[in-house]
Design a protein around this ligand. Structure first.
Ligand SMILES: *Cc1c(COP(=O)(O)O)cnc(C)c1O
Length: 407
């Protein structure tokens, strides 16, 4: 082996200091290693836990029919797509999936992406660029924020769900195309964006409206078609993004909208063009997932019942953020307080993640409880009881609150 010079102390210190800073601010993160399938009960460190951590809202991540569809697709298509969708990676099963996704959400055309992160960046950068103006909710998902940054458009952030602030901003002069971008269900708060009002403003100011329905697709609306069904909205100025790794239980994402908009995205989205198409077995699994979403409406009904059960079960002693969705956060304030509460629940065999900055704003660290149709009412009762026994008293008061180290 060749003798090499050791790295300079300056470089080593830079990275060691970074880790030290994270630990000091209670921001260090580590990954849990799951020893089996994603489910209401998961195994880790050799022990079984009741989990309220996943976005598998309908319990489809380990659904036997969906898994069987993936296995059958391997026999037919192999495991890899082998090329970008623009070259030879786009197979019949991807084509069928796009048609079924468009039909499912009731929009003219859909285009599949490998992930929601890639979809959001690809879509925003395809539609807006230098000289255009993007209006972005302050609590939008990181992938939307990164998309707006990469687009080089002017970005105007408005206070979370503040329609007066957005209108004020839209009423000011702006260059180029106007694009309003929002989560439908805010991923760390669980509240739903006022989409009818957003659409009305977009009509008034001739803007496009891009909606990221990562936490609504499959769950919201009578048939699980997402936020547009929930509100009964339709407009050719809507660009809809749904992700397929959450309620749909698999992986990937799609954009849907008018033929002209989707064609423009297909022609320009670099995160699609310069990335290998998804394994065909995933597309086959998703086709089956769409069928299950339609046929097993009981999953949405059961999830709705669990949400009501949790909210009324904790109302007397703890304050959750006002959310009607499967995302039910309890804001604790300090990072250490959220970590400690999460650790106490873990000791009782219940997993609820502590969410800290930069995922949420400074001083609003929280437990993010997420419910799934895979949970039973007994399991939600176990969570309610564990929250009652362990809830720091301050969590019952106005959120956000800051607790001291001992909670
Ligand atoms: C999870 C999420 C994404 C990213 O989707 P992936 O398919 O997981 O990459 C995008 N937007 C929101 C709001 C999300 O919660």
């Amino acid at each position: 082996m060749a003798v090499t010079e050791p790295m300079s102390e300056r470089i080593n210190n830079r990275f060691a200091d970074h880790i030290k800073d994270l630990r000091q601010q209670d921001l260090f993160r580590y990954r849990r290693v799951l020893e089996g399938a994603q489910s209401a009960r998961v195994r880790l460190e050799g022990r079984e836990y009741l989990s309220f951590c996943s976005n598998d809202y309908l319990g489809l991540a380990n659904h036997p029919r969906i898994a069987a569809a993936a296995k059958a697709a391997i026999d037919k298509y192999g495991v890899g797509a082998g090329a970008s969708g623009m070259v030879t990676g786009h197979m019949q099963v991807h084509e069928t999936l796009e048609a079924d996704l468009a039909r499912f959400v009731g929009l003219p055309r859909a285009m599949h992406f490998a992930s929601g992160y890639q979809a959001n960046i690809g879509v925003i950068c395809s539609l807006a660029g230098r000289g255009d103006t993007i209006y972005s909710d302050a609590l939008n998902h990181a992938s939307l924020i990164d998309g707006t940054r990469l687009s080089r458009a002017e970005v105007r952030r408005y206070a979370h769900a503040d329609m007066a602030a957005l209108e004020q901003s839209l009423s000011e002069a702006a260059s180029g195309l106007r694009l309003v971008v929002t989560d439908s269900v805010f991923s760390m708060d669980g509240d739903i964006a006022p989409l009818p009002r957003l659409l009305a403003l977009c009509e008034q100011y001739d803007a496009l409206l891009m909606v990221d329905d990562a936490h609504g697709f499959g769950v919201l609306g009578e048939h699980g078609r997402g936020c547009l069904e929930h509100f009964g909205l339709a407009s050719e100025r809507i660009i809809y993004v749904g992700t397929l790794g959450k309620a749909a239980g698999v992986a990937g994402a799609f954009v849907a909208g008018s033929d002209a908009l989707v064609e423009n995205i297909l022609q320009r989205a670099r995160t699609y063009m310069f990335s290998t198409a998804t394994p065909p077995m995933l597309a086959a699994a998703l086709l089956e997932s769409l069928r299950v979403l339609s046929e097993e409406a009981w999953r949405r009904e059961h999830l709705r019942a669990l949400i009501g059960q949790l909210k009324s079960g904790v109302a007397a002693y703890a304050r959750l953020l006002p959310s009607q969705t499967a995302i039910q956060p309890m804001v604790l304030g300090a990072n250490a307080a959220a970590l400690e509460f999460s650790a106490r629940l873990k000791a009782r065999g219940i997993l609820v993640p502590a969410i800290r900055p930069p995922t949420v704003p400074e001083g609003t660290a929280r437990l993010r409880i997420s419910l799934s149709a895979a949970h039973s009412m007994d399991e939600v009762n176990a969570l309610i009881e564990a929250l009652r026994v362990n809830a720091p008293r301050a969590a019952a008061e106005q959120a956000p609150v800051v607790l001291d180290k001992k909670g």
